[in-house]
Design a protein around this ligand. Sequence first.
Ligand SMILES: NC(=O)c1ccc[n+]([C@@H]2O[C@H](COP(=O)([O-])OP(=O)(O)OC[C@H]3O[C@@H](n4cnc5c(N)ncnc54)[C@H](O)[C@@H]3O)[C@@H](O)[C@H]2O)c1
Ligand SMILES: O=C(O)C[C@H](O)C(=O)O
Length: 241
Amino acid sequence: MVAGATGGIGQPLALLLKMNPLVSNLALFDVTAATPGISEDIAHIDSLARVTCHIGANELVGAIKGADVVVHAASVSRKSSASAFDTSACIARDLAICTSQNAPKAMTVIISNVVNSMVPIVSEVMIKAGVYDPGRIVGVTTLDVIRASVFIAETFGMDPRSVSVPVIGGSSINTIIPVFSQCKPSIKFRDQEQIKALTIRVREASDKMTIAKAGSASATLSMAYAAARFVDSIMRGLQVC
Ligand SMILES: NC(=O)c1ccc[n+]([C@@H]2O[C@H](COP(=O)([O-])OP(=O)(O)OC[C@H]3O[C@@H](n4cnc5c(N)ncnc54)[C@H](O)[C@@H]3O)[C@@H](O)[C@H]2O)c1
Ligand SMILES: O=C(O)C[C@H](O)C(=O)O
């Protein structure tokens, strides 16, 4: 189930999930009038997953009921108003309440910012509902992971697919820590300054992306790819459980 399915991330994510053979049912949930059209558009792709469309709070139960994975990509833009964080937090809370009641064993995958705050908010809802399992609530920081790999590959002339860099600390500009010392394959950095510059590049990638898109959006396509990769890993894990 994808909440925020008609958004900048939601649409390409829905496309990528529709193409994933491990996905049998893809529930697309949003509040916009375009939700049926976008769902239909995705449904016309000739892959296995069955697509269902759900609009607005009244249809949320139908979207979440029985889901294995609930993806939070729903939010309001942080630039839209001073209360945008509160509104996005309420969206995450409501999705979590519905998940706790209708799919308590689902994996909750949180893309919506601020990820570092949404994870504890969803966790508190699950604790209150008596269905908390820390292994089932995850914030997606895969975009920082793939950025770190790409920047290392660019800098050292490598294939980004062969590079793996763990990133810890969540996904806020001051907390993201790419652990370059644990990079695989191991890299011989020129000096500490080079590591610092790469760390700043990963941390500031989000802001630079928004500027490069003239303020119209932040990362959407690379984020959708990152989330689709993350969900694929979860689906593979669920298969062996
Ligand atoms: N984790 C990361 O690394 C990362 C990277 C990029 C973006 N983000 C975050 O992902 C989120 C989505 O980004 P986007 O670019 O797709 O934004 P967007 O504004 O394009 O899409 C958000 C979608 O949520 C929908 N929505 C709003 N209220 C809703 C509700 N109550 N229920 C269901 N859907 C609702 C909107 O209609 C919209 O379609 C943002 O919070 C953004 O900051 C996270
Ligand atoms: O804040 C955003 O929406 C951007 C995002 O977190 C990013 O890493 O690009």
